[in-house]
Ligand binder design. Sequence first.
Ligand code: HEC
Ligand code: HEC
Length: 458
Amino acid sequence: MDKKIISTYIKYIFFLFIIFNTNINSFAEQLDKHSSLSGGKTTRNDITSNAFSKPAKNLPIKYRQIFSEGNRLFKVEWGTNPNQKFYGLGPTFIQSSCINCHIKDGRSLPPEINEKGIGGLSIFLNNYYIDEENYGKKIDTRAINNVQVEGKINVDYEIISGNFSDGTPYKLLKPKFIIEKSNFGKLRNRIHGRVATSIIGMGLIETIPEELIFQWSDPYDNDKDGISGRPNIIYDPIVKKKLVGRFGWKASKSSIKHQVVSALHEDIGITTNFFPKNRCPKLQFNCKKELVNKSIEANDYIVDTISFYTSVIAVPARRDINNELIKNGRNLFISIGCAKCHIPNVKTGKNPNLQFAFLNNQYIQPFTDLLLHDMGEELAEYSKEGIANGKEWRTAPLWGLGLIQRVNGKIRLLHDGRARSIKEAILWHGGEAKNSRDKFLLMKKNKRKLLLKFLKSL
Ligand code: HEC
Ligand code: HEC
């Protein structure tokens, strides 16, 4: 063939490719094509309560050792005894190990109605307008001996009732965060709670090409579909420049390592080379006095090993994907606009870290665009994280959704765990997702069932 024919041929194929890709049905077709392997070749067929703790199926054997070591470090209880290997906890902190929040590498749970305290929540300050110098970003409800905790918080729930269009009633719980005590002066800001997420597929999320995230974004809603996601942009202390945020409920961390060093510092009170100073605000006198470990508490080896572990956890396979009811549910998911934000099919690119070559070029189904979306006033919490405003949240990945109950024993969804079921989580969607939510409200009961059946297969 001569060059001209070949080039026309290529253009034709490219043209077909574009048509295929802009067709909404392509979501469905691709979901079928890549079947149940939500995490590409990392996927594991595990539906036990350990479904969120397994190494990637394609983890090279040479890395098994570092995976187990990372697993151990994820579970280490940091203490205060200088004779221990892992010491330097606090002085104020939220929990003393990663696993205490990420239960079974899954989620933490908010307190039940009438339960005192904060359960597995982390309490964030809504410091969008004013910084809270005496406290920092979160309220530490625990502290080592002789040091005062920052505060005492309780959660109350308001019950909100409503009806589907067919008359079926529902009840939602809206949490209210009550400051029982603030030990270093009155808080000028309100506060909100967040649950820990599961850590499946983190490395795959990190390997999604940045260009793709920008392609999905549509900050001025040029396509006029009512959805205008934008990426968060944040300063990454590891590479010392601004990057697209990917992790956390507001996409406020750009890399897994960034998330890990922040967790060590902010949640457990452990210093690293990236955050070498203990968090002791001026007013917290005893905090400085009681510091036991004045050197770096988690060295680079610890940080890297935990980061490795956190990057390579398998995504569990989908179940029952050939069931016709589930396929119908999938079509509803697409037709009422859920897939516009919860993007099902993504191909990973190239992870900058050569160790993670096995995460490259994977066809995955994370069900997220990693973008920030205005989710309306009901979910709004004004904390300062990158460029995210109060109403904006990152589209939560939905892979593993159907196994949360099994891993956690309960299902609590959304950033503060307010939703007690998938149905409730959808009902809280507002802002850019209001259209989809309203279509859900209009659905007949049997259709709602199909949609939920599909979501439970993830
Ligand atoms: C006090 C509870 C708590 C502890 C302890 C904790 N985390 Fe988290 N973790 C959270 C919360 C809450 C979030 C969501 C943060 C946000 O919204 O910014 C999170 C988010 C994450 C994420 C991002 C998940 C995602 O879907 O984007 C990773 C990864 C992670 N944590 C790893 C760790 C590691 C590793 C440790 C131990 C060094 C740790 N965490 C300790 C509560 C905790
Ligand atoms: C405009 C974008 C957008 C659309 C459209 C959308 N969502 Fe979401 N979804 C989000 C965001 C953002 C969150 C996280 C909100 C929060 O935690 O406050 C979320 C959270 C969820 C959660 C809870 C996940 C978790 O980890 O707790 C479920 C379930 C969910 N969405 C399902 C759906 C379904 C089903 C639809 C269609 C009816 C839908 N979403 C439409 C953006 C969207």
